[in-house]
Write a protein that binds this ligand. Sequence first.
Ligand SMILES: [Zn+2]
Ligand SMILES: [Zn+2]
Length: 315
Amino acid sequence: MAFTLGMDFFNNATYSSFADAMLPHTRNTYWHEFDEISKYNVSLNYFEKLWAAWYAYMGNDVLATGIMSFVMHETVYFGRSLPWIIIDQIPAFNKYKIQNHKIPSAKEQWDCAMLVLLSHFTVELPQIWGFHPMAQYFGLSTTVPFPSLLTMAYQIAIFFVFEDTWHYWMHRAMHWGPLYKYIHKIHHQYSAPFGLAAEYASPIEVMVLGLGTVSGPILWCAITKDLHILTMYVWIVLRLFQAIDAHSGYEFPWSLHHFLPFWAGADHHDTHHEKFIGNYSSSFRWWDYCLDTESGPEAAKRRRDKKLAKAKKAQ
Ligand SMILES: [Zn+2]
Ligand SMILES: [Zn+2]
């Protein structure tokens, strides 16, 4: 059984007993909501019940999503960056560091974390908060049961392709003189990036590139009327993993791009930070490959060979 959460649901579920109705100012606890939902919706799985209880407990979808999204974003961002900070301190991993003479200092990591936090609270928080009402306007679903894994997987794949395209063009534009000087230069402060530096950028850049992550799902929702907010959460988590790992500075024999050759990964983005030019994409390699903006010695050699072959032909 599917039901819509929010004020109506909150009213029905919360004031379920006479005593509650007589005392509308008494707020039920989260676990009371959970028990109520469990009683009447036996077909839901445990996670779905937890989810429904949260929205019922909050009684305000926008607030419920806003808080959950922001807490999730912070937990994932710093939680995912932490292993990279630890790995930086373990000498055995040094051989996997792409620019292995540049290990970030504790001060560098601290300064970086502070600016990132500031931008999370000032720029990303409003963006995260604004997502729910906007998507809801286009028919975003917050109901249980959740969509199938297959639905989530193909929608997230589409969001990845959309974001990568957006990122390629916006990032490439930001390397144009004035935009670089006033906006993108901040992100390039670290020529050897590290996990925490993924969102170290000007507020304008965070906003513009963040739009690539958020507007894909909103557009999708507007066109198909088929988007569940859980799909959005999973997408954000995967996108954060992608961005942080791409900045980690580590290339392993088991890195994803060895198995998926079109996946960008740290190998791709680290070169961008080192050379300041080329490799503008975020997740995939195809835009840089097709438009000949690949960076690094291999790409330079390919370009040189091509030029030589052309010159030979002309003779
Ligand atoms: Zn750049
Ligand atoms: Zn970067």
